[in-house]
Design a protein around this ligand. Structure first.
Ligand code: CU
Length: 371
């Protein structure tokens, strides 16, 4: 009898083990990225506190930087280039098919950092800029604070990232000269955030509309040669979403990636959201750019909510048109399907090629609603 009991117990254990292994009891829980307007007060506070904590935590990648500024610096480095080399950018983050997968990995790196400093599985909120209620929630005092104050040269003076509470360091020429031997600074070289919603010199820009978003989502081809900022958006969902219009391709100016503008100078979609938030502001005869218009745009935490929305739109596009990516081969270095996108070569899990991250769920994230 006892022997039978032991056998029965053993067989039950086997059944239990098999049942458990098929449901994978150690699978991490899925983080749901929500529209900023639907965050609870607790979720807002958790996100803000974790971002603030990153500023006080040393970077595990570079002892000269805090963990938040590490992200700003990576984004700045992405624009470094070698004149005359048409595959010249240091990291394939912009003006390339890899714009979307590069930023997908970047968002995961940031969410991982938020988890490391907070101990909480924080999902990035997203900013649906086609929805005024989402815009209002993003720039409320309990999330990212509001527009710049014209009487204080457009300094952000409200919310957790206001002047004196949030120090911008990776635009400071002294910082660069002493630490990185780097000359280039942002147009508005101050240590606080600058925003000028909708300001574009003497006119205004507006956030993309639902119609513009739907037009971008309807483009069935992911990308086309020459795989840069000049691609006709009729055959490039990526360039339509990234937002380059009327350029004659890429160029390297003073060691920084730029585009060759044609006379009709304007940007749309992703790019115009950067312009709208930072503003190109005429101030005492000088033209300055708010942080979101610069190579160091992640200094403004609005960057993360904007790019979570860009990533969400990419997911929506794949739901419509399939999990397709181009080019497979023959494109710029770092942009082909199985190329490692630098600097993400440091990842040991292999989630650093376009191919490895086309399925966004590899990062255990999903969106509450796709457009
Ligand atoms: Cu961006």
């Amino acid at each position: 009898m006892r022997k039978f009991y032991r056998l029965l117990t053993a067989s039950l254990l086997v059944v239990t083990f098999v049942a458990c292994s098929t449901t994978d009891p150690v699978a991490p829980s899925v983080r749901v990225r929500k529209n900023a307007k639907n965050l609870t007060a607790e979720e807002k506070a958790d996100f803000v506190n974790a971002v603030l904590k990153l500023k006080e935590t040393p970077s595990p990648y570079d002892p000269k930087l805090n963990y938040y500024d590490q992200f700003v610096y990576w984004h700045l480095q992405a624009f470094y280039c070698v004149p005359g080399d048409n595959q010249h950018e240091m990291y394939p983050a912009h003006q390339r098919p890899s714009f979307l997968p590069w930023h997908r990995v970047y968002l995961d790196m940031f969410e991982t950092a938020l988890k490391q400093v907070s101990g909480k599985d924080i999902a990035l909120p997203y900013w649906d800029w086609t929805d005024p209620a989402s815009t209002a929630a993003v720039f409320s005092d309990d999330l990212l604070g509001g527009d710049g104050d014209p009487s204080q040269e457009y300094a952000v003076t409200t919310g957790p990232f206001r002047k004196d509470a949030w120090i911008v360091r990776v635009t400071d020429v002294r910082f660069f000269k002493s630490v990185f031997i780097e000359e280039k600074t942002d147009p508005h070289d101050v240590q606080h955030l600058v925003r000028g919603f909708g300001k574009f010199k003497d006119s205004t820009v507006t956030l993309p509309s639902v119609a513009e978003l739907n037009n971008t989502l309807s483009i069935s081809k992911y990308d086309s040669a020459p795989w840069n900022s000049s691609v006709d958006t009729a055959v490039s969902f990526r360039n339509s979403l990234e937002g380059w219009r009327h350029t004659a391709g890429d160029t390297c100016n003073d060691g920084f990636m730029d585009v060759k503008w044609t006379p009709t100078k304007r940007s749309e979609m992703h790019n115009v959201v950067h312009l709208w938030t930072g503003g190109i502001i005429k101030l005492n005869g000088k033209v300055i750019g708010g942080n979101m218009t610069t190579d160091t745009s992640p200094n403004d935490p609005a960057f993360w909510l904007h790019h979570a929305n860009i990533d969400r739109i990419w997911s929506a596009w794949m739901q419509r048109h399939g999990r397709v990516y181009e080019p497979v081969t023959g494109g710029p270095k770092g942009s082909n399907l199985n190329d490692v996108m630098m600097p993400w070569g440091m990842r040991t899990d292999g989630k650093n090629t376009p191919n490895a991250v086309l399925d966004g769920s590899v990062f255990n994230v999903e969106y509450d609603v796709l457009p």
